[in-house]
Ligand binder design. Structure first.
Ligand code: B12
Length: 252
């Protein structure tokens, strides 16, 4: 009989529940040596790992040492406190989205997306919008209920907004990958300011995504939603059709 899991104090497990075992890897800017190994063990202890163990270390390049370690995480989190609103979204399937959109919106939903600013990473926005989609899930281009415009990468915010206005878009979708010097924050913020300056904020859904974008960050920056790693097109489509249906309902 499996032991009850205490969801108020969750920690990783490997061999036994509650052993806290974690594999971690990192590089230290010190020469490959026994002192480097000792430094890694000390650091892992300071990170909150009990009984840290170096299972592999090697010189990465001169003056740098790479480590693979195990350690038992001493900390826990209260999972029950995280089960509130916003975390338990039930996503619709593609078919359910099509039926929902036909019933509650009743016309094509127009979306315009791009990877903006100097950001050249286009795989994320392509995954959401292009027919081939992501991991066997169609992008929105493959949905009957959507009309999509994917402007590609390195698109200035002004160009993205101009296209959204031209095609009377219901939603603007932005992808941001490069986060060095908080470039993504500046870039995402600029778009919101431009949309507001055009007086279009209330009529357009704004959603952004990227490996270091979170729902919390997106909302903080003035977006309606933010999506990160592991997002599939039907997650985004579920959000858009529900949001649009709510807006349609509130204006009729
Ligand atoms: C492929 C790649 C490139 C290609 C991009 C080709 C292309 N056409 O996109 C090339 C070689 C051009 C490139 C260039 C650079 N890259 Co690069 N690149 C990558 C790499 C290997 C994979 C990125 C990727 O395609 N992931 C797959 C997609 C599917 O994942 P995703 O983008 O996260 O998208 C998912 C979610 O985030 C979300 N999502 C994303 N966008 C959106 C949008 C919406 C609306 C929604 C709803 C969801 C959503 O859904 C997607 C599916 O689940 C990563 C490393 C890595 N392994 O991740 C580095 C990486 C992203 N690159 C990096 C860097 C630094 C660069 C360069 C600056 C390097 C340089 N010094 O020149 C340049 C960028 C130049 C520029 N001006 O932007 C860093 C970014 C570091 C940072 N945090 O800032 C990374 C992490 C590598 C690293 N470890 O240093 N890169």
């Amino acid at each position: 009989m499996p032991r009850e899991i205490d969801l108020t104090a969750v920690k990783p497990y490997a061999d036994h529940r509650g052993d806290g075992l974690v594999q971690l890897s990192f590089t230290l800017p010190v020469p490959y040596s026994l002192a480097a190994r000792k430094a890694a063990l000390e650091l892992a202890g300071k990170m909150g790992f009990d009984e840290p163990e170096v299972v592999h270390y090697e010189q990465l390049t001169e003056g740098y040492t790479y480590f693979v370690m195990y350690g038992a995480c001493a900390h826990t989190v209260d999972f029950t406190a995280l089960e509130g609103e916003g975390f338990n979204i039930e996503y619709m399937t593609e078919d359910e989205i099509e039926s929902f959109a036909a019933e509650h919106v009743g016309r094509k939903i127009v979306v315009v997306g791009a990877s903006t600013g100097s950001d050249t990473h286009s795989v994320g926005i392509d995954a959401m919008l292009n027919l081939k989609g992501y991991h066997g899930h169609h992008g929105l281009e493959g949905y009957r209920s959507f009309e999509t415009y994917n402007l590609g990468s390195q698109v200035p915010n002004s160009v993205l907004l101009a296209k959204a206005i031209e095609v009377d878009a219901d939603a603007i979708l932005v992808s941001q990958t490069v986060t060095q010097q908080n470039l993504h924050v500046q870039n995402l913020t600029e778009l919101v300011e431009m949309v507001e300056a055009e007086g279009r904020r209330r009529e357009m859904i704004l959603a952004c995504g990227g490996p270091r974008v979170s729902g919390e960050l997106a909302k903080e920056l003035g977006y309606d939603a933010g999506f990160s790693k592991g997002t599939y097109p039907h997650h985004l489509a579920t959000f858009i059709v529900r949001e649009l249906a709510a807006r349609v309902a509130s204006t009729t």
